[in-house]
Design a protein around this ligand. Structure first.
Ligand code: ADP
Length: 450
């Protein structure tokens, strides 16, 4: 690369992902601008960015979600690109559009693609059109209980009602019997309306014991598409991921090859650009069914980085600068070993209740095969206003057994005092014989409590 792809990048996020983007920019020689709320004044991204601008009070709606404040900061600092991280404005098509009209490159897909992928039943239709397998379900938004009942009768119970604009596992209801459908539909619509921009709900077949498998996509602005393997994110609680790994211990090679070929075609055909994740559920037969596209970098991206040796955030920035994927990747993607990520959250490991507060003692593990992505530091505060992610602990080994062993060692050396964390929960997962054998689905944690 002759010169830096951008003159200056603003990071419209906070926490570990803001720091992660700063690291990628440092590697590329690009100066950074952090924006922060009053609650994050003493945070590491503010300390390590080249510039930092306060954009408002703690509440996200008036800071990290406030488009005019962020654009003003970008204009004052004269940046030529914005990285949105994940969450907050990362999949907000209006933000991507405002960036475009302001002459600032949004590091992510176009507003049109974000909009299309954000409506889940629309993304379903698009994938189906291109031959990617989807679960049987409604062709679009349910018009009412009659259509839902008719559809469910055809597919067979159980079915799941899902918010079109859904995210974070909200607005979903499992329906086991016809008589429950009308009431649950009303509940799902109300929850969707309260949490998202729309009360629209669609229906699909419910898989009782699925595995969550997702593929990492990179696509440049010249029609080149690469799929950097899959991640297995089946270890969840309340439909939220806790532990992710790559490759999946359960995906059959022929299914992987078949689905990846269809997916590559679909991604190219829809003109998707930059990084993205395509999520699937695997049924008991081992077949994959598309559920949704996340048009952004994801929390669990480091496991893919570990097994492919590719810096995905750097790739996002270079793609946004118009570079070609073959130049960015420097050859065919090769897969090495096995990687696992544990999400260390500030929460009670039994009740999962958030546990914000001051970190009074901290020891971060290291050593061979270990990576820690975190914004935590001794005496630092985890504020109550945002998500509870404290750190991501990633272990890489030659095979799954070695990755598990290294993860266990790192969890033993990981000390966080002053707040509760999910470290004890992860130790329990790593020692579970079913987990070690690779036998688990999304109900793994739920089964402990049963
Ligand atoms: P969100 O965008 O809210 O995260 P997803 O569509 O990605 O919603 O689903 C989140 C999780 O919910 C999945 O990983 C899975 O555990 C569960 N889920 C979603 N759809 C189904 C389904 N059809 N059958 C069984 N579980 C499902």
């Amino acid at each position: 690369m002759a010169s830096a792809p951008f003159k200056q990048i603003l990071i419209a996020n906070r926490g570990e992902i803001a720091l992660r983007v700063i690291c990628a920019c440092k590697d590329l020689g690009i100066p950074t601008v952090a924006v922060f709320s009053e609650a994050d004044r003493d945070s590491l991204p503010v300390r390590f960015a080249d510039k930092a601008i306060c954009i408002g009070p703690p509440k996200s709606a008036r800071s990290y979600l406030d488009i005019p404040s962020i654009i003003s900061a970008a204009e004052i600092a004269r940046v030529d690109a914005i990285h949105p991280g994940y969450g907050f404005l990362s999949e907000n098509e209006r933000f991507a559009e405002v960036c475009r009209v302001s002459g600032i490159k949004f590091i992510g897909p176009t507003p049109e693609i974000i909009a299309a992928m954000g409506i889940k039943e629309r993304a379903r239709a698009i994938m189906k059109e291109h031959g990617v397998p989807i679960l049987p379900g409604s062709a679009g938004v349910l018009s009412g209980p009659e259509e839902g009942l008719e559809m469910a009768e055809k597919i067979g119970y159980p079915v799941i009602l899902k918010a079109s604009a859904g995210g974070g596992g909200r607005g979903m209801r499992i329906v086991n019997r016809a008589e429950d459908l009308p009431g649950l539909l009303t509940q799902a619509q109300q929850e969707a309306g309260a949490s998202f921009s729309s009360a629209d709900v669609y229906l699909e077949k419910y898989i009782g014991a699925p595995r969550h498998i997702e593929f990492q996509i990179l696509a440049d602005e010249h029609g080149n598409v690469e799929i950097l393997g899959e991640r297995d994110c089946s270890i969840q609680r309340r439909h939220q991921k806790l532990l992710e790994e790559s490759p999946s211990p359960a995906l059959r090679p022929e299914v992987r090859t078949r689905v990846m070929a269809k997916l590559r075609e679909a991604i190219r055909a829809i003109g998707y650009t930059n990084a993205g994740t395509v999520e699937f559920l695997m049924d008991e037969q081992g077949d994959l069914y598309f559920i949704e596209v996340n048009a952004r970098i994801q929390v669990e991206h480091p496991v893919t980085e570990a097994v492919t040796g590719t810096d995905l955030v750097k790739a996002q920035i270079r793609i946004a600068a118009g570079e070609r994927l073959p130049d960015i990747l420097g050859g065919p993607v090769e897969f090495r070993g096995h990687a696992i990520e544990c999400r260390i959250n500030a929460e009670n490991p039994e009740t999962f209740a958030p546990s914000p507060g001051r970190i009074t003692g901290l020891n971060l593990p290291g050593g061979v095969g270990i990576r820690v992505d975190t914004h935590a530091y001794q005496e630092g505060v985890i504020p109550p206003y945002y998500d509870s992610l404290v750190a991501k602990l990633i272990a890489h080994g030659r095979d799954r057994a070695e990755a598990i062993q290294r993860m266990k060692r790192a969890l033993d050396l990981f000390v966080v005092e002053g707040i509760h964390t999910s470290i004890p929960l992860h130790k329990r997962i790593l020692n579970d014989p079913d987990f070690v054998a690779g036998h688990f689905d999304t109900n793994f944690i739920k089964r402990w409590h049963a």
